[in-house]
Design a protein around this ligand. Structure first.
Ligand code: FMN
Length: 435
């Protein structure tokens, strides 16, 4: 893995994007009561859900305090019928284990993945009835790899790890005791995990409830964060979550380490975006705001309006925008309330899977407190810079992910493929042991 390769890239608002100016601030209004012309919430030029006109909401009410009555505004952009529209009350409590596992998998497909490539497939192995243990096989779908950005499938594996992490969070929520076996079959390198589950009478632990409660709120927030600290208690919990998965996690604190990180991110931006192959691959996964694609990144998730989202793939493919991007990312680093680096002692597929599971739980727990996150992985993705990331803070051996955390705007969710598209229907091959 030592050869020079240009890897994963910065995705985000174009260099001209003005950040805060385009932010939709949840103001505590009960948005669900808005008059809607169709089943879908009305969106504005930027893909954000529209606030009602004064004439539609009746006479002006006296200003109320910020207390949110009714649905959580962080959930308000979920469109009916989308994979994000899941009602946990519909968990099939009295149905066989296979139905329960399939229900939990609906949460697994909401996991983040690089370029929203969703490089996963699942097989449910459960023929028994109520009370009988079942198993979900979690596979890599390498047809969805990013050969330029991620030549070793490291981020692909982390993404599949995120899906496994989401699955585990859902199993715990619905009182299914789980056991995860990473890379259980040396003859099947695409079988990245077997997740065994069994109904239990165990009480739902508060920390598991908190992780799960971020499930529908989580999204990548690439905008500038508000100038508001993230609570120390929450940050402490995030570090503990990483530790629980055997993953190193360190806060980049202090002016000098932050400055070093900002410089490295900027340097990596320039290296990556100078590569035409890298830009071409990135542009393939960028979609316009009204695209019906079930994967990839719509412009609105990068803060783009409709026109910008139409032209951005062409601009990215054609021009080296690395310089502007570098300056912008350096600013983002400077103004991020919390910067985290996740790392592992080894740099193997098993370690990448654990990183993904830790990442999933960290993002979910942060989202449960309306803390948003986005990625600054670029210097990990450029081989020559990766070792320098490890030197920024003690306690990181092989850096895997760099996150910025803070309070940001409510951006609409990105699309997902339906569960039926990622379920392997065939039987488990004979001879595969169930441990
Ligand atoms: C392993 C991994 C690496 C990622 N790297 C980046 C990145 O470098 N830049 C970026 O903007 N987003 C990155 N993302 C975020 C994805 O683009 C995002 O998860 C995907 O578009 C789905 O959107 P959502 O997170 O809002 O659901 C990464 C996600 C994962 C899991």
């Amino acid at each position: 893995m030592g050869s020079r390769s240009i890897k994963r890239g910065p995705i985000g608002p174009p260099a001209t994007f003005t950040g805060r100016q385009e932010i939709l601030t949840p103001d505590g209004r009960v948005v669900e009561s808005l008059p809607k012309k169709s089943g879908k919430p009305e969106r504005d030029f930027f893909g954000r859900v529209k606030s009602p006109k004064r004439s539609e909401t009746g006479p002006k009410e006296p200003k109320r305090k910020k207390a949110v009555v009714g649905p959580d505004p962080m959930l308000e952009t979920i469109e009916p019928g989308s994979p994000w529209s899941i009602d946990e009350r519909k968990f099939p409590r009295y149905e066989p284990i296979a139905s329960k596992l399939r229900f939990c998998l609906r949460y697994a497909v909401l996991a983040p993945s690089s370029h929203n490539s969703q490089p996963w497939k699942f097989r449910v192995d459960a023929t028994g009835g109520e009370g009988v243990a079942g198993c979900v096989e979690v596979h890599a779908d390498r047809t969805r790899a990013l050969p330029v950005a991620d030549p070793h499938d490291r981020e692909l594996t982390i993404s599949v790890g995120c899906a496994a992490g989401h699955l585990v969070a859902a199993l715990r929520r619905f009182n299914l005791a789980e056991r995860v076996s990473i890379l259980p079959d040396p003859r099947s390198p695409d079988l990245l995990a077997s997740v065994y589950a069994e109904p239990t009478e165990r009480e739902l632990r508060p920390q598991d409830a908190l992780v799960f409660s971020g499930m529908l709120k989580r999204r990548t927030v690439r905008h500038a964060f508000e100038d508001r600290p993230v609570g120390e208690r929450l940050v402490g919990e995030l570090l503990e979550l990483a530790k629980g998965h055997g993953v190193e996690c360190a806060v980049v604190a202090g002016a000098r380490p932050r400055q070093m990180l900002g410089k490295l991110v900027a340097e990596a931006d320039e290296v990556q975006l100078a590569s035409r192959a890298f830009r071409r691959e990135l542009a393939l996964w960028m979609h316009h705001n009204r695209s019906h694609a079930h994967d990839g990144i719509p412009g609105y998730a990068m803060g783009m309006n409709e026109v910008m989202s139409l032209v951005a793939p062409l601009i990215v493919r054609t021009f080296d925008v690395g310089h502007g991007r570098a300056a912008q990312d350096e600013q983002l680093v400077r103004h991020s309330p919390i910067l985290l680096i996740l790392g592992t002692g080894e740099d193997t597929p098993a370690a990448w899977m654990r990183s993904g599971m830790a990442l999933s739980h960290i993002l979910l727990r942060a989202a449960s407190e309306n803390v948003g996150a986005s990625y600054l992985n670029q210097p990990i993705e450029v081989d020559e810079l990766r070792a320098r990331v490890a030197r920024i803070v003690p306690g990181i051996t092989h850096p895997q992910i760099i996150l910025r955390l803070g309070h940001g705007p409510m951006v609409p969710h990105t699309p997902r493929r339906a569960l039926s598209d990622v379920l392997i229907q065939s039987e488990v091959p004979k001879g595969r042991a169930r441990s």
